[in-house]
Structures are given as C-alpha cells and as structure tokens.
Design a protein around this ligand. Structure first.
Ligand SMILES: NC(=O)c1ccc[n+]([C@@H]2O[C@H](COP(=O)([O-])OP(=O)(O)OC[C@H]3O[C@@H](n4cnc5c(N)ncnc54)[C@H](OP(=O)(O)O)[C@@H]3O)[C@@H](O)[C@H]2O)c1
Length: 346
C-alpha cells in the first residue's frame, strides 16, 4: 500500500506537478530539493556508518547531526572528508546516559527553533547493542540493552517529535530475531520474552542466554514503539521499523568474549558466503535507498530490508505498545503522554 503523502512526494523532495512549457513546447515537471536536518545515531561503525556515508553522498545539501559517543566532532570531520558533505555536525551523546540524551536533544531543538538548522526531516534510530548478559546497566541504572536499544530512541523521538516538518521520516532499526523463530535466528538468539517494561529495564542475572534474550526482546519493543509512535505523529511524518537481517563484518559482537566473538563472526561470514546475509556496505546502501525512496508503506510498518511485510504476530499488541509508551515516559523522566490531539499540532 502506498502512503497517502501524495503522488511524487519523496522525503525532502518536492515535485511540482503543475506542468510548465519549455521553449520547444514540451511539457515538463519541476523538481526541487528542500534542505532538511537529519539526525543520525549508530553511525560510528557497521551498517549505520555505511548508511550515513551513502545518505550524505546522495543528499549533500542536507544538514546532518551525528549523535555519537567519544569524539563526535572528529567523526563528523571524517564523514565530511569521505563524502564531501559540508553541513555535518557531531554532538557527543552516549545513549546509555539520559543526561547526555537530554543535553543533545535540547541542543538540536534549540538550533532548530533558532533557525540555525533547517527543518527537521529525519531521525535514524540505528544505534544498538547486544551483551552477553543482562546484568549490565546504563548510567541511570537501567538494563543496558533495553536502555540503549529502546529507552534512548524513545527519549530522542519524544524530544524531537514536535519539531518534524512533513514530509519526514523516523526509522528505528529492529531485527527479525524478534520473531523468535529458527528460520530467522538460525539458533543464534533465543526468542523474546516480554515482561512489564519496568522489569525489562531492570538489570538481572538471567542465565547464559540473558543478554541475547534481552536483545531479542528489545527489538520486539522497537516494533511496539514504532506502532505507538505511528499513532501519535502528525500526518506526513512517518515511522518505520527496519530489519537489516543478517549482516556480517560489523562490530555487533564486540562485547562478547573473544572465542564467542570469533565463532559468531565466522558463522555470520559463512551465512553471507552462502547468500543468507549481507555485507555492511550492501546493508547500509539498502537502508539509504529505502529512506530516500520515500514511504513504501503506511506509517508504522515493518520494513524487511526495505520491503513492507508483517512483523511477528506477537508484535501487534496495542496494550503492550501503550504500556511501553507510558512506562518509558516514566523511566526517562518525560511527561506521561502527548494528548491524541498532538497528532495535528506538531
Ligand atoms: N549485524 C546484524 O546482523 C544486525 C541484524 C539485525 C539488526 N541489527 C541492528 O542494526 C543496528 C546496527 O548494528 P551493527 O551490526 O552495525 O552493529 P555495530 O557495528 O556494533 O554498530 C552499532 C552502532 O551503535 C552505536 N552504539 C551502541 N551503543 C551506543 C551508545 N551507548 N551510545 C551511542 N552509540 C551507541 C555504536 O557506537 P560505538 O561505536 O560508540 O559503540 C555503533 O555506531 C543495531 O541496532 C543492531 O541491533 C544488526
């Protein structure tokens, strides 16, 4: 199903469909590019690094705000050198710290409101991690996987959601491991186990598979968050969950002990060799192409490598989605909810 943004409207591209006549009498349509601010996370390495590189190369006139921990300005400079982009700003932001997230988001919002940045057109929530155990915690004491993969993107989306100018997009990276079926996980990840968000946010000893299960559950939460956001964003501001599927050669397993890391990286590379996965370059380009193609489906949809398909049956659960929305607000210290009427006000 095509999204009803109107024919000829891709994100950041205005097509003027009123025909005008050229000197030789031919009819042409005008196309102009509008300048947007795009906020990117998870772009220091892996899929996100490749996606950001191709995105900036394809739309060098946009302004990019890179949220990254460590030397975000240095990262911005390296992207500028690699892409030729001239409007790239790095903002230091460790997504495992709510103070960092609030500071970074406030900085962006202030620059948007002051007109120092062009209208907000996109947010890529790609940052994510998997841990071996579920007992690690964020600066605020929340279980690390849930804190970064879910709460950080929730908080950033909440801070930014009234600033988007349609047509605009939010893309949250999820994973097909949220299905919990062997044909998606190849046995590498246990099925998600949904619990009250407060419990999911609590570090816990959860056995040998605790970290991987927390990861699968966080990616189910990403789909829930996408659905809850879709009900609240104004028309023309679309949100999608995006599954890159199996991608070998990223830093995904770097938190695992060396022998396990070698095993998992080898297994992933083997899958790519037999045609079941992708390189980071291919996955990043596909993500960029999906974003730039404009809405391929109605807002809230799950995009499997760019194609809209149903997410898992478990991932359609409005009660859980709303519980997550309200509990996440409490956990990150934001007001409980936006009134439904805010759909039309952003
Ligand atoms: N690889 C796969 O097969 C696969 C499959 C399905 C879904 N995914 C998802 O795709 C996304 C990218 O994964 P990837 O494979 O490219 O992994 P990756 O190479 O490890 O990249 C992860 C990115 O997230 C950032 N990040 C993690 N924790 C952060 C924090 N506390 N603050 C700020 N940034 C943080 C990392 O930044 P640092 O450099 O600072 O750590 C890095 O830029 C993730 O959401 C992942 O769950 C991956």
């Amino acid at each position: 199903m095509r999204f009803p943004s109107g024919p000829g409207t891709a994100y950041g591209t205005q097509y003027h469909l009123e025909p005008s006549t050229t000197g030789d009498g031919a009819i042409k349509t005008e196309k102009t590019e509008s300048v947007r601010t795009i906020v990117l996370t998870g772009i220091s390495r892996g899929i996100g690094h490749e996606a950001a590189t191709s995105l900036i190369r394809r739309r060098p006139w946009d302004h990019y705000v890179l949220l990254a921990r460590g030397d975000a300005e240095g990262l911005a400079e390296s992207f500028a050198a690699a892409t030729g982009g001239t409007h790239i700003t790095g903002v230091d932001c460790d997504l495992s710290s709510l103070a960092d997230i609030t500071r970074a988001a406030t900085d962006i919002v202030n620059r948007l409101d002051a007109g120092h940045l062009p209208p907000l057109g996109g947010y890529l929530g790609n940052a994510g991690l998997v841990c071996t155990t579920a007992d690690k915690h964020t600066a605020d004491g929340y279980e690390l996987t849930f804190g970064v993969n879910v709460l950080a993107h929730y908080a950033l989306a909440r801070h930014l959601m009234r600033r988007f100018t349609a047509p605009a997009w939010i893309v949250l990276t999820t994973s097909d491991c949220h299905f919990g079926q062997f044909r998606y996980t190849l046995g590498a990840t246990p099925p998600p186990r949904w619990e009250a968000p407060q419990r999911l946010a609590t570090p816990r000893g959860d056995g040998l598979q605790g970290g991987a299960r927390a990861y699968a559950t966080s990616k189910l939460a990403t789909v829930y968050l996408t659905h809850a956001l879709a009900r609240r964003l104004p028309p023309g501001v679309d949100v999608f969950s995006y599954n890159p599927a199996l991608v070998a050669g990223t830093g995904f397993f770097r938190h695992s002990p060396a022998p396990l890391r070698a095993l998992l990286n080898g297994f992933f590379r083997l899958q790519v060799a037999v045609g079941r996965g992708m390189t980071p370059q291919r996955a990043g380009l596909l993500l960029t192409e999906t974003i730039l193609a404009g809405p391929a489906a109605s807002t809230g949809s799950y995009l499997d490598r760019g194609s809209p398909v149903p997410s898992s049956p478990e991932s359609y659960d409005e009660d859980r989605e709303e519980e997550l929305w309200h509990e996440a607000a409490r956990l990150v210290g934001l007001s409980d909810d936006l009134p439904e009427a805010s759909r039309a006000q952003a």
